[in-house]
Design a protein around this ligand. Sequence first.
Ligand code: HXC
Length: 257
Amino acid sequence: MEFILVTQQARPHVALIQLNRPKELNALNLQLMAELRDALKELDQNEEVRAIVLTGNERAFAAGADIKQMAGKTAIDMLHIDQFSTWDQIKKTKKPLIAAVSGFALGGGCELAMTCDMIIASETAQFGQPEIKIGVMPGAGGTQRLTRALGKARAMEMVLTGKSISAREAEKHGLVNRVVPVELHLEEAFKLAGEIAQLSPVAVKLAKESVNRAFEAHLEEGLHFERKNFYLTFASEDQTEGMAAFVEKRQPVFKGR
Ligand code: HXC
């Protein structure tokens, strides 16, 4: 592993993964993400491990996907690179994953923190989706998870302006579990992980899966449902009539067929 450090038993039954590209503020290049995926898969299968803490360093959890690696890519390049299959696998981690966040959690960094099950933030943590400032938008769940955590108005403002929020604001709106002094944030994450690690790993795994269901299943089902019904309207005479009336600049006559 070149860009992450893994400690299998950082505390009893608790593993630690540290993102380790400090000079680049832990910018998430493809190799780092692949290493993270592989490490999580291995820890998920290791029976000695019952909870996992993911951290960066004091200055940065992660300042986003690696812009230098993405610059110059075309849409088709991005499609072939298919980085989101790595993110999908990370999301499938069955054991509790706790982010210990200090400093920048921006773009993909904020999305990675939100992909974790819980977030312990240091007082210096800042969360943001600045992609709009570089002519793109969040791609790893930011528009969805931030909106669910903060509500539409606040998420919209963050995503459309690229402005970050402080750890305290994130705590106030339920994006993070709690905020602690910077020197304590990793210890606080270990404490939470350790507490969970004492409980039944089976029940914990199933409970995590269930909470995620409440959080994620509805949206996908909702979108799917909406799309199917949208298509179904095109089987009605009312759709033909409604659109024809618009084009012909007259009032439609709907018959319920
Ligand atoms: C590549 C990055 C980087 C990034 C920082 N660096 N963020 N490299 N990708 N996302 C590099 C800088 O180029 C610099 O290296 C070094 O890290 C230190 O950064 P500085 O900018 O010198 O530090 P500072 O002035 O303190 O500013 C910190 C910062 C700024 C505000 C966080 O670095 C910044 O705005 N970074 C980009 C944040 C961002 O836009 N993130 C979203 C990315 S898009 P050199 O060698 O030049 O000195 C994204 C899409 C996700 O995340 C969707 C798919 C996963």
